[in-house]
Write a protein that binds this ligand. Structure first.
Ligand SMILES: [Ca+2]
Ligand SMILES: [Ca+2]
Ligand SMILES: [Ca+2]
Ligand SMILES: [Ca+2]
Length: 309
């Protein structure tokens, strides 16, 4: 009886390890954090559908969350948010379908970036101007997307985010025209796709219609303040982002995740004290720290997050 039980446990353990190996294998393909209410794209190998928020397994300390009712509401210029820049695809060929850019005051003619600085925006951001969430442990960045509605057009993929700090203002003479040249932005503090190649990127799916309405943001990004500990308070902060690439990776992807309509814009909450990062319950966090298996990342976290909203 005891031996049978032991064998049974061993079989269970082997089964568990096999499952872990399978999940680890599948995770090498696209990982998607789907913050919409729609079940999207069965093509994707590893997908967290219909989550309020979550983190990617390559960096479980950085959180992405869609809007919840307690988030501050304020239209541009209201003083609730400080707007950094807007990125909008315009006039590009199908070979460069992703819109991307970063906060700087001037674009170079002919570069591959798509940002703009509308009136009232302020692209100059220093570390001392970052604001923390209600816990004090994260700097908060807010994203407002603008898409057409209907036929899944309201969907959009956030393809990557990188945050750099630099003691110099790159808009003063530094030429950055291509993605590889982004290294000229200074010290990389965060990269949503660190170490990944083009086919195993992480993606966040967003739904414009969930955050529709004046001054409502669509997503908040929470980056630990410790990531900036080595930066000077006077250093400039650059946030690079890209959108809309996902549906062009191949057949089977949801076309509506492409970009449309107005620009996607990043802002800093003027006072993020009432912006809450949603973190897993202590028991779940302990499991994550001990095990680090993507099963817990993929399943436990969204359930916990959803229950908080
Ligand atoms: Ca571009
Ligand atoms: Ca929006
Ligand atoms: Ca879209
Ligand atoms: Ca758009």
């Amino acid at each position: 009886m005891f031996i049978n039980l032991s064998l049974h446990l061993r079989a269970l353990l082997l089964g568990f390890l096999s499952m872990m190996a399978f999940v680890a294998e599948s995770r090498a393909l696209n990982s998607v954090l789907n913050l919409t209410n729609q079940t999207i794209d069965t093509y994707t190998q590893t997908v967290t559908n219909n989550a309020v928020g979550g983190a990617f397994s390559n960096n479980p300390n950085v959180w992405f969350r869609r809007s919840i009712s307690t988030d501050p509401v304020g239209s541009s210029g209201s003083g609730v948010y400080r707007d950094l820049y807007r990125v909008q695809l315009s006039g590009q060929t199908s070979s460069t379908v992703s819109e991307d850019g970063f906060n700087r005051n001037t674009s170079n003619a002919g570069d591959e970036f798509d940002e703009s600085i509308p009136n009232g925006f302020n692209p100059y951001l220093r570390v001392s101007e970052l604001v923390t969430d209600s816990s004090g442990g994260y700097y908060v960045f807010a994203l407002d997307v603008n898409e057409n509605s209907g036929s899944s057009n309201e969907l959009i993929s956030l393809d990557t985010v990188r945050v750099y700090t630099s003691s110099s203002n790159i808009t003063d003479g530094t030429t950055i025209n291509t993605v590889p040249e982004l290294s000229g932005l200074g010290t990389l503090r965060y990269d949503m796709n660190a170490g990944s190649t083009s086919d195993d990127w992480n993606y966040v799916f967003l739904d414009y219609s969930l955050g529709a309405g004046s001054g409502k943001m669509d997503m908040y990004l929470f980056i630990p303040t410790s990531y900036f500990a080595a930066a000077a308070s006077t250093d400039y902060v650059y946030l690079y982002s890209a959108f809309g690439r996902y549906p062009h990776l191949g057949s089977g992807r949801t076309a509506g995740l492409d970009t449309s309509d107005g620009g996607e814009q990043w802002s800093i909450p003027a006072n993020a004290g009432n912006v809450q990062v949603l973190v897993p319950e202590p028991t779940t966090a302990a499991l994550l720290l001990l095990g680090g298996t993507c099963c817990f990342v993929r399943r436990k976290r969204p359930q916990t997050l959803t229950s908080i909203s």
